[in-house]
Design a protein around this ligand. Structure first.
Ligand SMILES: *[C@@H]1O[C@H](CO)[C@@H](O)[C@H](O)[C@H]1NC(C)=O
Ligand SMILES: *[C@@H]1O[C@H](CO)[C@@H](O)[C@H](O)[C@H]1NC(C)=O
Ligand SMILES: *[C@@H]1O[C@H](CO)[C@@H](O)[C@H](O)[C@H]1NC(C)=O
Length: 485
């Protein structure tokens, strides 16, 4: 699905540009405008956005129309957001400065773009680039391995045996059983008790119509009758992604109504029609990149700034190039020294670049799951940056953090929207919220761009980055010591 990867790559490109600008440039000494003084000098932020993970967008019962209309199970689905009139105009000079830097970096990042998927060598290369970059800046960098088992997207979850068959764009059900089976197809209506033939369904693939009873009931019934896989076709146009309520006994996938009818038609002419259903797990090896200055004390807690980096392609050359500009007048060591000597922040700052965003919030979830009780308790807040390409700068997350962000923006001439989305909307901060860690997500509230993967750079509104960066950095000054012990 190259189109989708490109789409997601853009967003990540914005994120990485942000991260890099913040790490590299936020400390801007001599040449910084006056507003710089009000911004914590130790700054770095990372940005990224992750759309609501598709796996949650599922339904467990047949009758209700389900979630995801597009048959793209592994790709994050963003909610439709009305394209607002462009756009945030930063009236704050620091926001303007950061916007310009961010756009410049993004231009470089996307110049030579070739998308890389989660868990691939490309992702690893990006992680290594980010890691090296941060090390050059004087940060201590840890690569935290993240292993993810998932069902990779494939156009071939279900195929018909024989020449000249139509391609089917099946979608595996959430919690589907796993397997690779080839067997005759048998149509069993909606899979009510009376739909099961007397001779049972031994060794066949059941073709089932959606509706009236839950997917779970349908699949369990045909499995109990001996079926080796279940294919459920929609009862309205288009495909859907269904979910079983517990681990399915057999592979189960969905088809659109149109494709279901095609298969039924073929079955009428050809009762021996066979199909193949393949739903198998792949193991992905990814990593989170975690960076801190050496010797930071966590006695007053830790603020995490995060974003994801995966699917950002060949960032190395572009990033090196782009960031080089930021660093032209000062080298990384000097910066790091400046950071260490800075005493304006009582707590420790930790930057985390999460992997494997494309297929869910695995990187951030793994990070949170792996925290010890003490590490968990240390975290004052998590600020997440992502999807800042278009619309108006917006925040969503813990109430207290949203209030702080809006107040800071109001006090500094920055337009920042309080999003109506649920607190856990859309990105890696959700993993922290789920673990009762206060978290805030900075983004751009117009997602319409994801429907036009072309002209991506032209679509990017750098003011969003600038506004979000300034507010994020400003908030750092206001967090207080959270005594540990
Ligand atoms: C940065 O990239 C531009 C064009 O892509 C190239 O001309 C320039 O030499 C590069 N600069 C460095 C320092 O690599
Ligand atoms: C975190 O992961 C490391 C490495 O896998 C493991 O040794 C450690 O026990 C984990 N800690 C927690 C709290 O899960
Ligand atoms: C953002 O704020 C502007 C100005 O108040 C408003 O017009 C717009 O509808 C808001 N957008 C969202 C998504 O809330």
């Amino acid at each position: 699905m190259p189109k989708l990867i490109v789409r997601s790559a853009l967003w990540n490109g914005v994120a990485v540009a942000l991260i890099v600008s913040l790490v590299a440039c936020s400390n801007a000494p001599e040449d910084a405008p006056a507003a710089q003084a009000t911004v914590a000098p130790v700054v770095t932020a990372t940005l990224a956005l992750q759309a609501t993970a598709a796996p949650q967008a599922t339904s467990t019962s047949a009758p209700e129309p389900t979630a995801v209309p597009a048959p793209l199970p592994t790709v994050p689905i963003l909610p439709a957001v009305v394209a607002a009139t462009p756009t945030t105009v930063p009236t704050n000079p620091e926001a303007e400065r950061l916007s310009a830097i961010g756009l410049e970096l993004l231009t470089d990042l996307t110049a030579d773009y070739s998308p890389r998927e989660s868990g691939t060598d490309g992702e690893l290369a990006a992680a290594e680039f980010i890691g090296r970059y941060l090390e050059d800046m004087g940060y201590v960098v840890e690569f935290q391995p993240v292993e993810v088992e998932y069902i990779p997207w494939s156009e071939e979850f279900v195929s018909l045996i024989g020449d000249g068959r139509p391609d089917l764009r099946a979608v595996p059900m959430a919690m589907s059983g796993l397997g690779d089976v080839t067997a005759p197809l048998v149509s069993v209506g909606k899979a009510f008790e009376e739909d099961i033939p007397d001779e049972g369904l031994d060794g066949v693939i059941a073709l089932i119509e959606r509706g009236q009873i839950t997917f779970e009931e349908k699949v369990n019934r045909v499995a109990n009758a001996g079926a080796v896989a279940a294919i459920i076709y929609n009862n309205e146009r288009g495909n859907f992604r269904g979910a079983l309520q517990s681990d399915g006994p057999i592979p189960a996938a969905s088809l659109s109504l149109e494709e279901g009818e095609d298969v039924l038609q073929l079955l009428e002419d050809e009762t021996e029609l066979e199909a193949r259903v393949t739903i198998e797990m792949s193991l992905l090896n990814s990593q989170n990149v975690i960076a801190e200055l050496d010797g930071q004390s966590t006695e007053c807690g830790v603020v995490v700034m995060g974003g994801h980096y995966d699917s950002v392609a060949d960032t190395q050359a572009a990033g090196d190039n782009g960031t080089g500009r930021c660093l032209a007048s000062r080298d990384g060591e000097e910066l790091a020294e400046a950071h260490s000597e800075d005493e304006s922040l009582p707590y420790a700052l930790r930057f985390i670049f999460f992997g494997v965003e494309e297929i869910g919030l695995y990187g951030s979830r793994h990070y949170v799951d792996n925290l010890s009780e003490q590490e968990h308790g240390e975290i004052i807040a998590m600020l997440n940056f992502d999807a800042m390409g278009k619309g108006e700068a917006a925040v969503v997350g813990s109430d207290d953090l949203v209030d702080r962000a809006i107040n800071y923006a109001d006090g500094n001439g920055i337009t920042l929207n309080r999003s109506n989305e649920p607190a856990g909307f859309g990105s890696d901060h959700a993993s922290f919220l789920n673990a009762d860690i206060p978290a805030l997500f900075f983004f751009g509230d117009d997602f319409s761009i994801i429907n036009s993967p072309d002209d991506v750079l032209e679509e990017v509104e750098p003011s969003i980055m600038g506004a979000n960066m300034v507010v994020g950095l400003g908030m750092l000054e206001e967090f207080e010591c959270k005594p540990q012990g």
